[in-house]
Write a new protein. Structure first.
Lengths: 200, 200
DNA sequence: ACGCATGCATACCGGTCGGTATGTAATTCA
DNA sequence: TGAATTACATACCGACCGGTATGCATGCGT
């Protein structure tokens, strides 16, 4: 037998369904019943693995959104040999901006806007991800600065903060406009900003 | 008697209380009961003036958020004699960024992130405000371009889109960080972007 | 002055929400 | 192999939600 009792797989399925549900409706409007319907499980299962809906949401932040963030954006930057080039390419990425993702927006941004005024614990967890992201940009800029590619007077910390902010802003606006083109145009301007940090 | 039966004043009180409640909790989590408690009115009053919670929300978008947007940002730009300078000053505004406003975020951005995937009608109304804002920036840039202050090769439409996006991104991130300083630092970078559009 | 629409208050409804108590089969460990 | 723990399923609960039906008093038009 292989399909009987695989608790950590069950847990993962709950997390994935929860991520999708939260991505669609936000956390507060996310329905536990929908998550159960999607997984084919029942309340007993969910509340066995997670003590409450809030804990489930926090787990989604850490184990789904956080990991995705690291894999997609942070690690590629850390591993990059040519930091400035890697950063610009990352911003101008032409792959993987599915229509669906534009419609639903950035999961991190969505939850920040929804939850940060409502719940401190959410805000702190989300802030950790935000900081990680910002630090990845900052480190990349600093490396490029060391390599003489970025101008010396550039405030890497503030620039990294702005890149994160503008990035989220672009996804947010594109989400409302439901326009991949707008997203590209917007990110292209952000790319221009980063280029303006480089030495001529 | 003056405090008996002032229907349009009552309607206005409902709108103001609704705006505050929606600003705090978002639209979906906004409680009609809370709005009534704040105003001291009852359901009869509210559902006399508004056919449904959704219509109330749409009215808040149009009559509260939209008007505020025009008064704060759009009109000052249109009325400005020196467009480039006015734009830069507006971005670097040191007045009126109350701690409370940072905590709760930009009402327009909040609703966009929450409602745009959920409800088409909301999305359309919010998009109208977004377009108005973008057009105000675009027009300002174009005027500055005519005046020879902005470089000729600048794409004013895309730049305006980016300014709106980055602006919302800055408020969104600052909201999660609960930091007025971060907001200032971020907007200062946006200011730098706009300066980079000017002729040297 | 009188009739009627307007402006609100009261009471109530069905539905959905997150959460829990209990039961039971599968798995693990002694 | 038996006991205990784990991994779920079932059934149920109180709270709150948006919305409505009804009633009544005020103000307005005539």
């Amino acid at each position: 037998m292989d399909s009987t009792r695989q608790p950590d797989l069950t847990r993962q399925r709950i997390l994935e369904a929860s991520f999708a549900e939260i991505h669609r409706h936000g956390f507060q409007a996310a329905s536990v019943a929908n998550i159960l319907a999607d997984t084919g499980l029942t309340k007993g299962a969910l509340y066995h693995h997670f003590p409450s809906k809030k804990d489930l949401g926090l787990a989604v932040v850490d184990e789904m959104i956080g990991i995705g963030l690291v894999e997609r954006y942070i690690r590629p930057l850390r591993d990059a040999e040519h930091p400035a080039q890697a950063l610009i390419e990352l911003i101008g990425m032409k792959q993987g901006i599915s229509e669906e993702f534009i419609r639903l927006g950035c999961p991190l941004n969505n939850l920040m806007q929804e939850m940060s005024p409502v719940d401190e614990e959410f805000r702190n967890r989300l802030n950790r991800l935000l900081s990680q992201w910002q630090e990845a940009f900052e480190e990349t800029l600093r490396r490029a600065q060391m390599a003489g590619e970025v101008r010396g007077e550039v405030n890497c910390h503030a620039a990294a903060l702005f890149i994160v902010s503008a990035w989220e802003g672009c996804t947010g606006v594109a989400k409302n406009m439901q326009s991949v083109e707008a997203f590209r145009a917007c990110m292209s301007q952000l790319q221009g900003y980063v280029v303006s940090l480089l030495k001529t």
